[in-house]
Design a protein around this ligand. Structure first.
Ligand SMILES: CC(C)(COP(=O)(O)OP(=O)(O)OC[C@H]1O[C@@H](n2cnc3c(N)ncnc32)[C@H](O)[C@@H]1OP(=O)(O)O)[C@@H](O)C(=O)NCCC(=O)NCCS
Length: 165
């Protein structure tokens, strides 16, 4: 991600179909977004990526290494115009990047219990469900469970052959 991706990423992130699945759901202002980018793009062990299809930017991914080590958390969202199936392609590209290029050991993700697409996506990508955190998130009105996922480099090695068929 470069500074000239900022407008796209903010627009996607503020879209109601993306925002409702995030831990913070307020509309992000240009100033807040810019300040976040200045911090995150310089943080060691943080990788801000744009996913492109046929040269068109259609997704954003944040990979953050825990204590800059071999275990990382990821978060992601697509452009609202992205076709079905884009999430799976983005996921495969990210897993290849994380395990082949960054040579990390483990990638972890979290999804709110009502985010069915993200939960199905993690399972389809061969993440293991490692936890169900009960009432872990309060949205201001009610509590939600959080699904916790993880995939090891060795899991991905096996899964990618099966997924390629
Ligand atoms: C999560 C997200 C990246 C998934 O992208 P996508 O393009 O819909 O993903 P895919 O089309 O590859 O589908 C992933 C799975 O969700 C399923 N799915 C698609 N639309 C669905 C829907 N409306 N309801 C339930 N499941 C759905 C697909 O069938 C597929 O599951 P399957 O492999 O078991 O069939 C995308 O929806 C998104 O950006 N959401 C908003 C942000 C977000 O939730 N980010 C993740 C935070 S944890």
């Amino acid at each position: 991600m470069q500074a000239d991706d900022l407008d796209n990423v903010r627009e996607w992130r503020n879209h109601p179909d993306v925002r409702r699945y995030m831990y913070t759901q307020h509309e992000i202002s240009p100033d807040e977004h810019h300040q976040w980018f200045m911090r995150a793009s310089q943080a060691p062990g943080t990788h801000l990526l744009i996913f492109e299809q046929n040269g068109v930017a259609c997704g954003f991914v944040n990979i953050t290494q825990v204590k800059q080590g071999p275990i990382a958390d990821w978060s992601f969202h697509l452009a609202p115009f992205a076709q079905k199936g884009t999430g799976f392609q983005l996921g495969c590209a990210v897993l290849g990047h994380v395990f082949d290029h960054l040579t990390l050991h483990k990638l972890c993700g979290e999804a709110l219990a009502f985010n069915e697409r993200s939960i199905r996506l993690h399972r389809r990508l061969s993440f293991y469900q490692e936890g169900l955190l009960r009432d872990q998130h309060f949205d201001g009105v009610r509590y939600h469970d959080v699904h916790r996922f993880g995939i090891l480099a060795s899991d991905w090695l096996k899964a990618r052959e099966a997924l390629a068929q």
